[in-house]
Design a protein around this ligand. Structure first.
Ligand SMILES: [Zn+2]
Length: 191
């Protein structure tokens, strides 16, 4: 299943910008504070917030999310963000985080479908959607850990999966940090 990745970032300066994290699992991470302890970055305040995050990516869930789904999503998210931070610096993930991701991945996920049949697809529930996010986490951290990177700007901690063919992505966004770096080089060259 091909799911579009990326999310809009709303920094305090009001300059909204699009960040493509490159992976569904990393996207889930950006609904929270990525383990930095900043309460203001939390965007999953209640089950309805999880509903809309899931609906944006998979279509509306078969049933609305409850508190259990929210708690589960937050646990999975914490394991994903902690793993992303470790893997991006070349460290192996913590066993406890791996356990959480594996536990989610072992549950029934959204089944793949070949189009063209006569049956109608059954809308998945929140749990199947989260299991699918866990599968993405395993793909991301398991098969391409060297492509999980932090933005090259000194003051930017955004982590992304480099899905470019040459594997040369360095910035969270070319226009944001990439553009600033270019401007800096230009400034140093001319002053
Ligand atoms: Zn950046």
């Amino acid at each position: 299943m091909e799911i579009k990745t990326g999310l809009w970032m709303d920094p305090p300066d009001g300059r909204r910008w699009f960040f493509d994290s490159g992976a569904l699992s990393l996207d889930l991470g950006y609904t929270g504070d990525y383990g930095y302890g900043v309460a203001a970055w939390e965007s999953l305040h209640g089950p309805a917030d999880l509903d809309s995050w899931l609906a944006d990516r998979f279509g509306p869930p078969a049933r609305p999310c409850g508190e259990t789904d929210l708690a589960g999503a937050r646990r999975l998210r914490a394991a994903i963000t902690a793993t992303a931070r470790r893997v991006s610096t070349g460290e192996p993930p913590a066993a406890t985080d791996v356990d959480v991701i594996n536990d989610w991945a072992a549950r029934p996920a959204i089944p793949p479908r070949l189009p063209g049949g006569t049956g109608k697809p059954v809308a998945p529930g929140p749990a199947e959607m989260l299991a699918t996010v866990a599968h993405d986490a395993i793909r991301t951290f398991g098969s391409m850990p060297d492509r999980v990177r932090e933005c090259a700007a000194d003051d930017c901690r955004l982590i992304f999966l480099d899905t470019s063919r040459p594997g040369s992505r360095r910035w969270c966004s070319m226009r944001r940090c990439g553009g600033r770096a270019k401007a800096k080089t230009h400034y140093h060259r001319n002053h």
